[in-house]
Design a protein around this ligand. Structure first.
Ligand SMILES: [Zn+2]
Length: 264
């Protein structure tokens, strides 16, 4: 009796282990699950739906942004996994719901409906809103490059730099087009953030357009990264190595902003 019980326990454990390994492999290497694939330059786009040719234009724009990063690797290849309404998305939800997209190894996983023709992704978490698709892809591509440059041991869901350094940099790179526009001013954007933050009742603050809200460390991190890189001329590598606290850098940026306004 004892022997049979032990054998059943062993088989159950093995089956459980096999199921876990299968899920991990599927999560890390999702490409074979998708019916349609399109190769374009450094990208393989995977989807169960017909792949809109307009995505090529969006991928080009995202790559233009990512090329501005010091982490850019010309040999790096990305899988763009369009998994809205798929079984894979449900498996991915096991890792937590919320984000419109995720980066995992060299996979950019887009979890929400997209329209490449209007360059939009339609996020639904907290409330329905529109995200610029180029920005969304570029942001996740930079996450891929962080792990590519610094290794998965330093950039993974359990171990990574502080959130403002983790998210601020992809935000900074993916919004380069806006930041280099002639209507843009860092001081105005800092003022906008300070006002939003003072009114916020939780960590969620409104992003610029499309009605989406983001955790404040995305916005604050983007501003701090912009201050450190464009004003103090640090590289991302130097920012990562810098041991100054988030609060110290933030207060320094606020002081710089106040001085700058007095100069005007
Ligand atoms: Zn991110």
């Amino acid at each position: 009796m004892k022997k049979i019980f032990k054998r059943i326990l062993k088989i159950t454990l093995l089956a459980f282990l096999a199921a876990i390994i299968t899920i991990v492999i599927i999560i890390l290497f999702p490409q074979p699950l998708f019916a349609n694939k399109m190769s374009y330059k450094k990208f393989t786009v995977c989807s169960n739906d017909k792949i809109d040719d307009n995505i090529k234009n969006i991928l080009d724009k995202a790559m233009d942004l990512v090329q501005q990063s010091e982490l850019y690797d010309p040999g790096y290849k990305y899988n763009i996994i369009l998994c809205h309404n798929t079984f894979y998305n449900k498996i991915d939800d096991l890792l937590g719901i919320g984000p419109a997209a995720r980066a995992r190894l060299n996979n950019v996983i887009v979890k929400v409906r997209i329209d490449p023709n209007s360059n939009l992704a339609f996020a639904t978490f907290r409330k329905e809103c529109e995200v610029n698709l180029t920005y969304l892809l570029a942001h996740e591509m930079v996450h891929c490059l962080q792990a590519n440059r610094y290794g998965l041991m330093k950039f993974n869901p359990f171990r990574h730099p502080e959130f403002w350094k983790l998210e601020g940099y992809p935000e900074y790179i993916s919004k380069q087009k806006k930041l280099s526009g002639k209507d843009y001013s860092l001081t105005n954007d800092i003022d906008r953030y300070v006002t939003l933050e003072s009114k916020a009742t939780d960590i969620w603050v409104s992003s610029e357009e499309g009605g989406c809200e983001v955790p404040d460390y995305y916005y604050k991190g983007k501003l701090m990264m912009e201050y450190l890189m464009d004003i103090r001329h640090l590289s991302y590598d130097q920012v990562l190595r810098d041991t100054a606290s988030e609060n110290r850098i933030y207060q320094e940026m606020i002081r710089w902003n106040n001085d700058k306004k007095h100069e005007q």
